[in-house]
Design a protein around this ligand. Sequence first.
Ligand code: T3D
Length: 259
Amino acid sequence: MSDSPVLYQVDGAVATITLNRPDVLNALNTALMLALREAVEKAAADAAIRAVVVTGAGRGFSAGADLASSSGGTGNAGTTLRERYHPVILAMRAMPKPIISAVNGVAAGAGMSIAMAGDIILAGRSASFLQAFSKIGLVPDAGSTWFLPRYVGDVRARAMAILADRISAQDAQAFGLVWQVHEDAELLPKAQEMAQRLAAMPTRAYAMIKQALNDSHQRDLATQLELEADLQVEAGKTEDFREGVAAFLQKRPPQFKGR
Ligand code: T3D
């Protein structure tokens, strides 16, 4: 396998981005974060890509920041986070196509934040989720304090952040963090199958769905209603909307093109 810290593979309209430092459970160093940003931006910019899978090589998804090269103790953590992590997390949220996080093993610290920046989280049966930060005297970062309460609620978010207990895939699903749990060997095929399904759907609408949901907790109802109405005007202008209605009325499967 390539020794590049991030692999980028394309199958039809689906890009699979693989964190690739398996010897250290895909711990996040500068080279990996730069390569991850490049991969995410490439998938976002390529009109031929209509869905993305993010996963990890080997037995982990990601063990979070590489503690052998972490800037936590040097006073530079703010710079590292702002320059390396935030652009990746924000680019994943802004990606105008769906991202499936296929969590194949432990997702710890900022590795868990990356998993949560995806739109749909699938997990292998042996996967686990760990807000590892407090175990080493840090605070959750890379978006964990934003995603976690929204996904699992304040009570569980606080317990996960403070206790830093390892949460199984099954418990994460019961918490509402994980959409589906699959047998380990089935995880990537299932994630790619879902991504291929999504890639054949009206992907312009998916981009607008993400836009509507991304910050909905920050907006009041009246503002959100306005945003929905504006986005619906845009969605209604797409070729895919015309095709969806025509196919329904003609009782045939739709052929969406993402336009
Ligand atoms: O400045 C900044 O960067 C700020 C940003 C901070 C963001 C953060 O993410 S802070 C949180 C950092 N992550 C952690 O604290 C987690 C540390 N890792 C662990 O607690 C455990 O490794 C796991 C619970 C994740 C997995 O445990 P286990 O028993 O399955 O695996 P292991 O044996 O501990 O690890 C396997 C190898 O990966 C091992 O190397 P070895 O002994 O085989 O040569 C281990 O040292 C290495 N590894 C695991 N995590 C990291 C790591 N190496 C570097 N950094 C890691 N985070």
